[in-house]
Design a protein around this ligand. Structure first.
Ligand code: BES
Ligand code: MN
Ligand code: ZN
Length: 491
């Protein structure tokens, strides 16, 4: 954890200093002042290293003066194009690459960012998360990690206030990253539900856990079917945050929560199967989102539903060819037991619409490998029945750097999942456009006129290697996007 404090411009400098440089290179006002103080050392170092102040550049200059140890020049690109996101990325890079325990951040306001130090600190904080709880022997040559950031701001009180909101959100992201990283021997539906309850109840979120008996009573045949091969019983966790006096539920968030997806009887190939511990990243994001909303006391009436199950092959497992009855009453021909996410979501989406009648319904799911084939690892797939909602979500994604790309939904794809023996089948006929057929399947289980969006995060929820922008493993994708969405469109 990084401690971030805010202060006015100091009389003297010491330790590690962070200053900005725009494309050219053009030193920022603070950097220029410092350069004067250091006899032009900064400008010379930039020249020696042929740096241009472009986005993503980072230049550490050792300064042998009595007080200052090193100066970090961060490239911010063109001043006019410098957004909070550019500064956040600079903060991430700084955290990942600069060896220091402390730093003083001297970033000057730019036309579109009044508090650049706040965005920079958010980036550094976000990048500081790692998942190392199971490493009992720490690597010997562990690099120095940033522990404390002192951020200079014209109005430290305002900066502190702005940062508090981002820090709550970061706490939500960390919660998501950690829960998504937990292996499936530790995290299964019951332990997940208990963690959610223990974490969110003290923060004022109402948490209700539906166990197997209640799911049977309700008739959630799809959730039960997916889980029936596992020794772990499924759970559906219902969250309610009443941060406003609004009676009606403004927004509901549903998450796919497969604590492990082996594929079931349609067993997945060995390669990469261990990564299927993150098949609950949708539910993990909803969990983290509610932590963020509660911590920052968001003025919204929101509901969350986590559909938790484990998909395993066994003598009691669901078979290809089974026909199940979902909560909605619609029957599903299960053609592939590995297309299980859409099944648990069918019950969760219907339940959410039926019980809460939200105005807006957003689901997150690591639903299809096909979405990563189509969009890669930078964009999540976005599907929606409302253009307004789709464009609002797209802009929010751009603002926080969790990007979405909308994919089409049409009758043509809907026909593809008609079944000859049941109401619908869980697999398209041809196999092409797999992410779209999956979305069409979900659409059959929402109740119009709800404004619905489905985010397929199978390509974005997990990173295989550590980069300056992201730690290895769970990314927490969706938490900042949806927190920003709630803040700009629901409060
Ligand atoms: N959980 C997987 C999708 C997935 C793939 C998530 C890669 C994260 C990374 C999902 O349940 C699944 O198995 N989907 C199948 C669908 C197919 C059987 C129609 C897929 O993508 O192959
Ligand atoms: Mn699957
Ligand atoms: Zn899955």
């Amino acid at each position: 954890m990084i401690t971030v404090t805010f202060q006015a411009f100091p009389k003297s400098f010491s330790g590690t200093l962070v200053v900005g440089c725009f494309e050219g290179p053009v030193l920022s006002a603070s950097a220029k002042k410092l350069d004067g103080h250091l006899g032009g050392a900064l400008a010379r170092a930039l020249k020696a290293q042929a740096l241009k102040g472009k986005k993503g550049e980072l230049c550490t200059i050792l300064v042998p003066t009595p007080d200052i140890n090193q100066v970090v020049l961060v490239g911010l690109g063109k001043e006019k194009e410098c957004t909070p996101h550019v500064l956040e990325e600079a903060g991430r890079r700084f955290c990942a690459q600069v060896r220091t325990q402390e730093a003083l951040v001297l970033l000057d306001p730019v036309p579109s960012v009044a508090l650049p130090g706040v965005a920079f600190a958010e980036g550094a904080l976000l990048r500081s998360w790692t998942f190392e709880k199971y490493r009992t022997v720490k690597p010997e040559e562990a690099p120095l990690k940033i522990q404390s950031l002192r951020v200079v701001a014209e109005d430290p009180t305002a900066a502190k206030k702005a940062f508090a909101v981002l820090e709550s959100r970061a706490q939500g992201v960390f919660e998501t990253q950690t829960v998504v990283s937990e292996p499936a021997n530790v995290l299964y539906p019951e332990s997940f539900a208990t963690l959610v309850q223990k974490t969110l109840t003290p923060l004022g979120v109402r948490v209700e856990v539906l166990g197997k008996k209640q799911l049977e009573k309700l008739g959630m045949g799809a959730v039960l079917g997916v889980a029936q091969g596992s020794v772990h019983e499924p759970k559906v966790v219902v969250l309610e945050w009443k941060g406003s006096s609004e009676k009606a539920v403004t927004a509901a968030f549903v998450g796919k929560g497969l604590t492990f997806d082996s594929g079931g009887i349609d067993l997945k190939p060995q390669k990469g199967m261990e990564e299927m511990i993150h098949d609950m990243a949708g539910a993990g994001a909803v969990f983290g989102l509610f932590k963020a909303l509660a911590l920052r006391k968001a003025s919204v009436h929101a509901v969350g539903v986590l559909a938790l199950a484990e998909n395993m092959p066994s003598g009691s497992a669901q078979r290809p060819g089974d026909i199940i009855t979902t909560l909605s009453g619609k029957t599903v021909h299960v053609l592939n037991t590995d297309a299980e996410g859409r099944l648990v979501l069918a019950d969760a989406l219907w339940y959410t619409c039926d019980r809460f009648r939200p105005k807006i319904l957003i689901d997150l799911a690591t639903l299809t490998g096909a979405v990563a084939v189509a969009l890669g690892t930078e964009f999540a797939g976005l599907f929606s029945n409302k253009d307004d909602l789709a464009s609002q979500l797209t802009s929010c994604g751009e603002a926080v750097g969790e990007k979405l790309w909308r994919l089409p939904m049409t009758e043509h794809f809907d026909k593809d999942i008609d079944s000859q023996v049941a109401d619908v089948k869980n697999l398209g006929t041809g196999g092409e456009g797999g992410s779209i057929t999956a979305a069409q399947f979900l659409k059959r289980f929402i109740k119009e006129p709800v404004a619905w969006a489905h985010l397929d995060i199978a390509g974005t929820a997990w990173t295989r290697k550590s980069t300056p922008m992201k730690s290895l493993g769970a990314t927490g994708f969706g938490v900042r996007l949806l927190d920003h969405f709630v803040r700009t469109h629901c409060e």
